[in-house]
Design a protein around this ligand. Structure first.
Ligand SMILES: [Zn+2]
Length: 397
């Protein structure tokens, strides 16, 4: 068995409060997933990730990138280590993307055929080939709880015809991903080989519970494409639903289009996707966006924004009296904070706001001290998790 998804309440706006049970734990949704591109959420250690957020529950699920881990250190090395969970010492749920988006956005000299994509590594120029079957093989080696079908991401803007052709290729690849996954899903290390867990559980208390994972499998989600065309989004959702995935992602959004368009494409897709399965919008967004999409009925989201912004000194905080919106952006490098002895967000009780001042964080940033990036990332991730915690509370009624 891969996953169960139990919805406890649905709001008139479509937003749902649910529990997603997957082999490495239960995830309360709607959820924001921090991105651990290279099996690390940049600058933040796993121990801290388990405790961020005001309720101290930490991140219940994180994401790792298949393209990056395939190139370095290599999926076979990670398979030998027991999968990404063990390799990075993260006992909680994990999701891997298909590698599709990175192949199309990072890799050089792509050659696309019906069979797959030939590309050159952005690291050293070496030549590689990804097919739907190979993406599945790599993701099974990585061993995340949830993996994604291999898709083509069309460039933006693209004509209707070009977008339709790309979408049709994505559907053919989704069917091949599904077929390979069904034939091989029992091969994940933690499902088929309980001995590797009992060895490790003696040295690490975090992994003791994994012995019970034998007979649990990974889950595969399909990805809706269709660019910025409502009719194609609907058609894509319909084709994928016919293939009967355990959950559905909406991909190819937040790639430079206006936010009204993003919202429209999500809405058209949600109309078609089954209400009893998890629905995931990939690569969004700002705090007010994730809040809005959660209220529309999106259950899962991920984005590098909170950590990337943090490394550039951009912090998010709750508005103070007289300020608009639900998230205020604050650039910590500004001179006005040089002697500001308040925390980033007086309303936040995260590990950082409980202890450090704006003045100190500005100093760390200006002096290029690595601790600055770490503390900024912890606060921003806390802000994102707290935003979802607040929305979950409201959806629960
Ligand atoms: Zn904080």
């Amino acid at each position: 068995m891969g996953l169960t998804f139990e919805i406890s309440s649905t709001a008139p706006t479509g937003g749902r409060r649910a529990a997603l049970r997957i082999p490495h734990g239960t995830v309360q949704t709607p959820v924001f997933m921090p991105v651990g591109t290279a099996a690390t959420v940049k600058t933040v250690q796993q121990e801290t990730l388990e405790h961020i957020g005001q309720n101290g529950a930490g991140a219940e699920i994180i994401l790792a990138n298949t393209y990056h881990l395939y190139l370095r250190p290599g999926h076979e090395l990670i398979r030998r280590a027991g999968g990404v969970h063990r390799f990075m010492a993260w006992p909680r749920p994990l999701l891997t993307d298909s590698g599709g988006f990175q192949v199309f956005s990072l890799a050089k000299l792509r050659k696309i055929s019906d069979d797959g994509v030939e590309f050159r590594s952005h690291l050293d120029g070496s030549k590689h080939f990804f097919s739907p079957e190979h993406s599945m093989e790599v993701q099974i080696a990585l061993g995340a709880d949830i993996m994604m079908a291999f898709d083509e991401c069309v460039e933006t803007p693209a004509t209707w015809e070009r977008t339709r052709d790309s979408m049709s290729l994505t559907h053919a690849w989704a069917a091949r991903s599904r077929a390979y996954f069904e034939a091989h899903k029992d091969e994940v290390r933690w499902s088929s080989d309980s001995s590797c867990h009992s060895e490790r559980s003696e040295e690490s208390p975090h992994f003791g519970a994994l012995q019970s994972l034998t007979d649990r499998t990974q889950s595969l989600f399909g990805i809706v494409q269709g660019g910025m065309y409502p009719d194609l989004r609907r058609e894509s959702a319909e084709r994928l639903v016919e293939m009967d995935f355990e959950g559905y992602a909406i991909g190819g959004l937040a790639v430079g289009e206006p936010r009204e368009v993003t919202r429209e494409m999500i809405a058209r897709s949600l109309e078609i996707l089954p209400k009893d399965k998890p629905r995931y919008v990939m690569g969004v967004g700002y705090p007010d966006e994730i809040e809005e999409y959660a209220r529309m009925g999106v259950d899962m989201m991920d984005c590098v924004l909170p950590t990337r912004a943090a490394r550039h000194g951009l912090l998010f905080r709750a508005p103070e009296p007289g300020e608009e919106g639900t998230a205020v952006r604050m650039n910590v490098k500004r001179l006005e904070y040089a002697e500001d002895q308040r925390p980033i967000d007086p309303a936040c009780t995260c590990l950082v706001c409980r202890r450090y001042t704006r003045a100190y964080l500005r100093h760390l940033f200006v002096a290029k001290e690595p601790l600055g990036a770490t503390l900024n990332s912890i606060h921003n991730l806390s802000f994102y998790l707290d935003t979802m915690e607040r929305v979950r509370g409201e959806l629960a009624g």
